[in-house]
Every structure is written in structure tokens, then in C-alpha cells.
Ligand binder design. Sequence first.
Ligand code: PHE
Ligand code: ZN
Length: 878
Amino acid sequence: MRDSPPQTVYLKDYTPPAWLVEDVHLTFRLAAKTTRVISRIRFAPNPDRVDQTFFLHGEDLVLISSHIDGVAVTPKITAEGLSCDVPDGPFIWEAEVEISPATNTALEGLYMSGGMYCTQCEAEGFRKITYYPDRPDVMAPFTVRIESDLPVMLSNGNPVAKGEGWAEWHDPWKKPSYLFALVAGDLVNHPDSFTTMSGRDVELNIWVRPGDLHKCAFGMEALKKSMKWDEDVYGREYDLDIFNIVAVDDFNMGAMENKGLNIFNSSAVLASPETSTDANFERIEAIIAHEYFHNWTGNRITCRDWFQLCLKEGLTVYRDSQFTSDMRSAPVKRISDVIDLRARQFPEDQGPLSHPVRPESFQEINNFYTATVYEKGAEVIGMLKRLVGDEAYAQALDLYFERHDGDAATIEDWLQVFEDATGRDLTQFKRWYTQSGTPRLKVTEDWTSADDASRPPSRDLAASPEAPDQVRGGDTPGGTYTLTFEQHTPGTSGQTEKAPQVLPIAVGLLGPNGDEITPTTLLEMTQAKQSFVFTGLSARPIPSILREFSAPVVLERETSADERAFLLAHDTDPFNRWEAGRQLARDGLIAMIRNGSPADDRWLEGMSRVVRDDTADPAFRALMLSLPADSELAQVLHEQGTTPDPDTIWQARETLTQQLADTLQDALPRLHAEMTVEGAYSPDAGPAGRRALAGKLLGLTTRLDGGAQAARQYTSADNMTLQLTALACLIRSGRGEDALAAFYNRWKDDRLVIDKWFMLQIAEADPARAADVAKTLTEHPDFDLKNPNRFRATMGALAMNHAGFHRADGEGYALLADWLIRLDALNPQTTARMCSVFQAWRRYDAGRQALMQRNLERIAAKSDLSRDTAEMVGRILG
Ligand code: PHE
Ligand code: ZN
């Protein structure tokens, strides 16, 4: 990669484009190493421009010829693009360039995957296809002609004409270049159709390689459900005659929302019961929805610049989570999202990679497709909706679509719509977009019974600068309960001062007998410290705070294990019931790790009650049984001033899981039998939830029977969920060898299944062996550095095995660094992303810190290091 010296781009430096594009004609003469791209672009001066420079982005292009209004010109070319003298008024730019898709291993621009041509342009890949103002605020209609011998040739918009060896497409909707797409290959389609709310028929296709046709049906159903849902819930209709999805094996991300031609990582669209797990099905449904929803939130309304990425991503993630909640179980989706947020976004926000939901600067935008922009960005929208209410949210969204259709918009535009629709001042709320870091929310409580109402207020109350907010009760006689909150956001990299944020805190109160005495009430916190008073209570309540995880904060509250056990048994809010169990487990594990305490009986008792509670959704019960990840425990220990030792953490989890198995021993066979799903496989939430719980139970059983039942399940399994669960149990119990060999033989021709085979044996390996297993697998003939899925299945799995990755002798770090150094030369984007597994390096002991630092420095020192990786390693090292 011949990257130019790193330059930092700042949000504050934004200027409007000097030239706008009226329309674009592109001709592609496809050839593996010598593709010709001929462009004809009508430019016009931007009335809002602040300068007149004519600059077109372009990277790794060979310019064959260029003309302005038919006259040959000789532009000045640099590594980033070209500039040229141009007329004062409108003109036509024509250029012919040559590019080499076959040698494009970065998977950005036009490249080849399994014999097919495909593109990836977001964020700045179009400049590797032709010279163009490659920025999202330049939007234009595109006409594309593709010339090739391949039978299928696709681009954005509607097909207009085709003949022997060529096809032409026209996209009437103006769009930025990052939404351009082209596909050509020997493909087959799974066709269907959809009639929109105004009665228009849309042709739908999922295009795949011939062997994958049996894996398209589920994705197609998900697409139709998404189209219907967006009409029903957001009033958004599809706007072209055709919607195409293409599955591609080599892809850096999950999928891409190119207008009318979504391109998917095959792992994010292809599914069959034999080859895909329940989790795969659910993820595919969500990603199909996500990309489809981008048609309005992203494509019809796009981003002015890449700093506004959360405008489309936060909103679209929020929309796809609403969709999944509607299609499946809302509490289960919420809990899963919070688990994910804490596992991926919290560490990011609390470490060296911390950045605001709307960053203020970057070197390489590809490094900002992060959990903060996506998942915290979605949380921010959830808070906004909670604060203004469902009805006002709907009105604001209608206004957003009406006012900004066809625009390249900003976060300011987005917030303005909410201010106009609701009359609210969102100045303080905007801090959620500009301030990085996870707020910590401390809670203290005060109770005054009716009898001692005359005693002076407690110190906490007295210290509150503002009069406390009256929440409920008025003059009703009875006791008074006061909740006092203090918010504090620790300084983050580049941002030391933090101001108070608006926190929607959903609270309910339970009576001593477990009845709910105050239903969920939204407290709106705006100050650094604020009290809320509940009056007219007959007895001291037990509070359920931050129901549904109403704000992405760390709640700090001294709570007894008894109170947690009480909430676990009685809370009416499923999220907080789960949270109580989770905290009980977490505190118990921390005590085991720090003081060698025995396992907490209240958690074990709570679990034996929950697991048998047949009024509770099995999927929910499965989530209750899962323990916090080792990395989460490491983070908590670090916060509490203890240096985490990965081996001790792993050991504590093992011990607690074993004790859970012992506790449930008698019930396991019956419960497992109850969760068995009869009949044909269905990926629906109901049966999937039963299999999830059954899988947890099988894991426990394996600790008691040495793997006998898992071995039986492995043999009899008729779907991938059952097969993979059994295989994981066998590997963990040290009896996986034969099954792994059989699995490989059965599935060696299916790349997506072989990814699972790579991943599982590393992720489930005994930590002492994980790095060795990973190393051996990199020598396997099926290890393919160029395929991001395979690379993640190997190196990502190693990083997921916390104690294995952090093996004290540094073998895990060294192995990963070796491969990152190799991959950087081929695929900077995937390399840079994977570097983030080192982000928590400062949290560990001196020995491990030194080893991680040395390996990071080894990566940094590589010659010709990509801009992507250089920026990431630089930020991580600090
Ligand atoms: N915009 C894509 C999505 O969120 C993600 C993506 C980014 C894909 C960059 C490829 C490259 O759906
Ligand atoms: Zn997206």
C-alpha cells in the first residue's frame, strides 16, 4: 500500500464542494487485470462554494485519457487525485482509466471474489474506480454500462437495456459515490416479488454462486418482512422497480446498502438449517433489515460528511433493533443488545480508542465504523425517543423524511427536526453526540417513614443543590423515598472535561412483598447531582433502576446480594430481572477471584428457580444462565483497583459453572428433555429459544457425564445448531478430536461451515492450548489470509479466548501480531479492525503489558504500514 503521509481531517474544516455533479455515465470494460472505466460527468459550479478548485479523488488508477468539453487535457496527478484548469461554468469531464480488480486484495473499489467482479465503495472506495469528487455531499443520478462475457451484470437502479456481452442500468435517484455498486459473474438468482403499499410491483432477487441457491429462501423472507415493516412502522416505501442482493465470499464487513444493489458478505445472507445456527438466522434477518432500511436512512437521506456517519448508522441500527424486537422477543433482544454494548462499546469508550458518537477528527474513516458510532449511536436515538415519547418520535421522523429527502444532512439537521416537532431544547442532549466516554451514575437512597417524618433530612438530600423533583404521591400520607443520582464521566483520550448529560432513568418501585407499587416512571436527569422524591409510600420500597437499560451508563449502587436476589425473583421489568441475576453472578465471581470466596449460594438458588420457571421464555432463561465474559470481569477488576489475572478469571468461571451443574444435577435430564424441539427445523424465536436453553443445559450436563450426551447429540443432530452445540461441548470436555475430524469431512466444501470449524476449536480450546491450536490451523491448507471471514474465524477466535490470548508467555500476542503484519500488506481495513483486540493492554500486569506493547510496536515498525493500521496502533499505544 503506497499511502501518502497520514493527514488528520477535522469536522471543523468542512467546506462545501466547489463543483456539483449533474449526472454520471460510466462504462466498464471488465478484464481481470486490465479493466477500463470510461466516465462522462457533467459538472456545474456549486452556488454555495467558497473556492473554485477542481479536484477529483483518485487512487491506484492509471489515467489513459481525459477531456473537458471534448478537448484533451493534462491534469496534475498526485497519489490522492488530480486537479485541472476548468471553465467557469458547467462542463463535461471525460476520462478513461485502467484498474486491476484481480490484484485488489484490500476488497475496496472493484475487486474479484470467487470469479465474480464486485465493488465496495463506502467510505472512500469509489476513488479506486475512477476520478471523482468522492465525498457524500456530491450526489448525482448514475447511468452504467457493463461490458463482459459474464452472464449476469448488475448495477444500481433499474435495468434499461441489455444485449450480447453488455448491460445498461440507470439509477434515477441522485446518490453519493459511496453507494455505487457493480457486480458481474456467473450467478444464479432466487427470485420473488413484493407489492408496495401504493401497489407497485418490485422484482426481488438474491444472486449467488450456483451451489448456494438452496440457501436463499430465508434471506428472501427476511427482505419481504423488512419491506412491509418499514411501510407499516415508518411509512417508508421502496422506490425502484427492482431490489437486488448479491452474496460475496470475500467481504470486509457484514453487508453494504448500495442503492438497489445490496452486497452481502455471504455469511450475512446465506442460510440453511443444515449449515446455519439459530444465531446465524437471527443475525441474517437483522442485517437484511438493516441494509434495506438504509434505503431511506442513509440513501434517500445521506450524510453531509463522514463525521455524520452516526446519522445513518445509529438510526439504522436503532430501526433494525426495533424490527427484531417486533419479529422476535423484545426483552430478549434488549438484553442481547446490552450484553453486546457492554462487551464491545464500553471497552472502546473507556480505553484509548474512545471517541464521540460523532467524532471530530480522523486519519482513516474506515477506522470509525465502530461500536460507538453504530451501537451507542442507536442508544442515543432510543433515549431521544424515550424522552419525547412515541408519538412525538413518529412526528419528528415524518418531518425528517419530508424535510431532508434528497439531502446530505448533519446531526444538527436531525436534532433540529426533533426541536421543531416537539418544542424541546436539545442543546444539552446534543452532548451525547459530542462527548465521549461512558457516564457513571451513582445512586443513593433515603427513606423517611410516616412516623419519623419530622426528623431532619439526611446529608445526601441536604447536599443536593436543587430542590428535589417530586415524582409521585403528593399529599397522600405515608413515607417518603428519595433517590439521589450523581453523574460523572471520567476523562477520555483527547477529552478531559465532561459536562452533565441528559439521562432518561426509568425507575419502578417494588414493595417488600414483591408487588410493584410504583410502575415504571421516567426520571429526567439533567444536572450533575439530582434527587427525585416519591411520597405516600406505606413501606420502604425496593427500587428497580434503569429499567430496560434506559441510558447507556454504568450504574454504581451499593446493593446487597439479598436485594439482587429479591429483584431477580420479583422485578416486573425483564431487563432488570436479568440484570439482577447478572450482577449477582458478577459480584460473586469477583469475590471468588479477589478473595477466593466460595460461589454465591443466592445466585445458585436464583438460577435453579429461574431455570425451572416455565412461565419464563426459554430464550430469556438461557440468557439468565450465561455468565459475564472474562473480558468484562477483567474490566470490573481493573476498575476496582485489582490487576486482572486472566487465568484466575477463567478458573473462577469454570468453578462457578461446575457448581451450577452440580446444583442443577437432578433437574437437568428432565429440563433438557422438555426443551427438545420436535418436528421440522424452524429458525423462529420460539424453537430457537428452546434450543438455546437446551444448549446451556447440555453444557452443564457435559460437566457431569464427561460428554456422553453431547456425543449422542452430535451423532443424531439434524441441524447445525444442535450439531455445533454438541461439538463445542465435546471440545470443552477434551473429547472433540473425532467429532472435529468428522465435521471437517462432512463440511469441507462449505466455506461458511468450515469457518465455524476453525473458530470453534480455537474459541473453545483450553486456554493453555489456544495459541497452539490457532497456530496449527494457520498451517492448514484451508487457512486463507485473503478471506476476511477465515482470518476472523482464526485470529478473532483467538482474541475471544481471553485467557488463551493473554497466555503469560505472550505466544497469543506474538502469533496475532505476526499475522496482522502479514495481512496489512494485503488488507489494511481488516488488519486495522483486528488491532482493537489490544485496546485494553494497559489494564493487565506489567509482564503482559510489556509483551503487548512490544508486539504493538512491532506492528507499528513494519515498513509501508497502511494508514489504517498506523492510526489504530498509534491510538492504542497512546
Ligand atoms: N454501511 C455498511 C452498513 O452499516 C457497513 C459498511 C461500511 C460496509 C464500510 C462496507 C464498508 O450496513
Ligand atoms: Zn449500516
